[in-house]
Write a protein that binds this ligand. Structure first.
Ligand SMILES: [Zn+2]
Length: 393
């Protein structure tokens, strides 16, 4: 009773997450004062306004800039067009990460805006500021998953462009270099390096060009792999079960569904709430349209849809022709085959962002057979805890 369970929503490597961490930057005040008269649609009174921007001239990790506006009491905020930042609280602060800009020179357009809460903020004056980004990291491996079924995830990958020719990258554990990724000439570079011999844990990718370094956090996983982006950590996730198409042998499966959500909640602290319909995660049944090979097809599929780097909805669909769904609970049968709780948790793992792995002892191994786990193992627990880190919500 082998049941391959492909991820229905094929994983695509998401955009790199933003770097955390602040570099030690020297703050050099930069005065900018170029006014442009406001357009006819805006209240016109730019005369006398001064906008100055203080902060480092070079962005290497993430840098905050303080914008000061004087000369017009109607101004109560600033807006930056390139990165769509807006701040309406004095002192106005704009924060730039090198990932949000491009390598080399970036011309930022900063506007002093009025207090309107509509989308058309009155603009009372504008200024520009030039920022140099020595190292731009377009993509990098936030997660390196040596056990992933996806070969691309088994490597440390990095895509860099720089303002000056020449770039080097290395992987550090704490402050110790554990692997050099190499030095390259030119203004762009890609790296793809095996993490062989490195233990699971959190590392830093340090990318240097022109004497400036950008540091990014990356994690080497132990037996689990990420698939899609996780849901926001602090929201209560609703789910509903649509029993339409439930085969007679699956009687009582709703109890096991509740058991699966409850097990994940225990591990992650995520809050789930069952609703009658319209849940963020829908659990339902698929017939021959979804599973054309009937009982020999996958026993279920799970996945999510992602917007803006976050999962926004999920679906877990069980195959109504599957015999597996007739085996209640989270244990094993006399032949040591896992009960359907294992199937539900595997698909729920996909919904929450876990990918398939090559590790047969893990629940996210794509084929279940005698001796396979029927509940979350240490691998998925570790993965879910890292995808959904405890936070003060
Ligand atoms: Zn699967």
């Amino acid at each position: 009773m082998s049941s391959p369970t492909p991820s229905w929503f094929r994983t695509r490597r998401g955009r790199a997450l933003l770097a955390a961490g602040l570099g030690g930057l020297v703050v050099v005040p930069v005065a900018v004062n170029s006014l442009s008269p406001a357009g006819a649609a805006n209240p016109v009174s730019a005369a006398g306004i001064k906008i100055s921007v203080a902060g480092p001239a070079t962005v290497t990790a993430s840098a905050a800039y303080t914008v000061t506006v004087t000369g017009d009491s109607r101004v109560c905020g600033v807006m930056e067009g390139t990165t769509n930042q807006i701040d309406k609280k004095k002192p106005y602060r704009l924060t730039f990460s090198p990932q949000n800009l491009k390598a080399g020179t970036n011309k930022l357009s900063i506007a002093a805006i009025g207090c309107s809460d509509t989308n058309s903020f009155p603009v009372y004056g504008t200024a520009t500021k030039t920022l140099t980004v020595p190292v731009h990291v377009g993509e990098y491996s936030r997660w390196v998953a040596p056990a992933s079924s996806d070969a691309g995830q088994r490597k440390v990958r990095l895509k860099v462009s720089t303002a000056k020719s020449g770039v080097s990258a290395k992987l550090l554990r704490g402050t110790t270099t554990v692997k050099s990724l190499g030095r390259k000439t030119g203004k762009s570079a890609t790296y793809s390096v095996s993490p062989k011999g490195l233990k699971a844990g959190t590392y830093t990718l340090a990318v240097t060009s022109g004497g400036k370094t950008v540091k990014l956090r990356t994690t080497i996983t132990n037996g689990w792999a990420p698939m899609l982006s996780p849901f926001p950590r602090c929201n209560t996730l609703t789910w509903n079960y649509d029993a339409k198409g439930e085969p007679a042998r699956a009687a009582g499966i709703e109890k096991d569904l509740r058991g699966a959500f409850s097990r994940v909640a225990t591990v992650t602290g995520l809050k789930f709430k069952q609703v009658k319909s319209g849940g963020t995660i829908e659990v339902n049944w698929g017939g021959s349209d979804r599973f054309p090979d009937g009982g020999s097809d996958a026993a279920g599929v799970g996945g999510s849809t992602v917007s803006g780097g976050r999962a926004i909805s999920g679906a877990l669909t069980l195959n109504s022709a599957s015999t597996w769904v007739g085996m209640p609970g989270f244990g094993h049968d006399a032949g040591n085959f896992p009960a359907r709780g294992g199937l539900i948790l595997h698909e729920l793992g996909h919904v929450l962002g876990l990918n398939h792995v090559t590790n047969k002892k893990a629940l996210m191994y794509p084929v279940s057979s005698n001796g396979s786990p029927s509940t979350l193992t240490a691998y998925e627990k570790s993965g879910l805890k890292l995808l959904y880190p405890a936070a003060s919500c």
